[in-house]
Design a protein around this ligand. Sequence first.
Ligand code: ATP
Ligand code: MG
Length: 230
Amino acid sequence: MAARRQILVVTGTGTGVGKTVLSALLVRRCVQTGRPVRAFKPLCSGGRDDAKALAAASGGAQTLDEINPWHFEAPLSPALAARLERRTVSLMQVAEHVRRHSTRSGLTLVEGAGGLLSPLTADGDNRDLILRLRAFPLIVASNRLGVIHDVRATLGSLPPSLRNRAPVVLMAPATADASTVRNARSLSDYHPADRIVEVPRVSEEIQSGAGSPSVALNRKLDQILRLLES
Ligand SMILES: Nc1ncnc2c1ncn2[C@@H]1O[C@H](COP(=O)(O)OP(=O)(O)OP(=O)(O)O)[C@@H](O)[C@H]1O
Ligand SMILES: [Mg+2]
């Protein structure tokens, strides 16, 4: 796989949709296949678990503070949690941190906070960060009833130049509903089918790195990584 420089912002339709699970899997896959990779969760609020998951996935190549330079107590959007602590972080500071520590070749993966339009800093949201970093967006969504709306609304909020190219990853929910097996097909009426990837449930062992992903899961991860190249 070519190791050209690529900045990816993992965002999605909202909070709790599987951004960290997918990000950690992608980082581990890069490490395993020898592709240079750096991971960031620049702003955490209500705990640093996401950053710790990325630190573990990176195999100790990065410190927690490099992955997550800003963290706030309140389990609110980072923008609001920062304001409660009378602290200010600007989009420019976030972008500078990511650029300074990004890899020259290979993948720089940045997990946003919440969904695409969720406030991130005092002066911007996740979409603003994508634009400032000239990054590629990856849209994560939970594969349940309502996801067609959620994904279409999110894609529709991206600039046209990014909209059709963005990979959409549907993460299997804890409990499937009647729509789960149909959503990828339904979404392909609105988005290129080859840019929609379904990721199954992943055990705690695999999420934490204690267990290895199956061949089938690695194929999905490779498919997602290839989409970032095209
Ligand atoms: N494919 C999956 N297999 C198993 N568990 C999953 C999967 N996707 C998500 N989960 C679980 O759903 C929960 C939310 O996932 P995750 O923390 O990755 O979401 P997130 O989008 O990063 O949330 P946040 O907005 O808080 O950063 C976690 O408990 C996670 O383990
Ligand atoms: Mg997360």
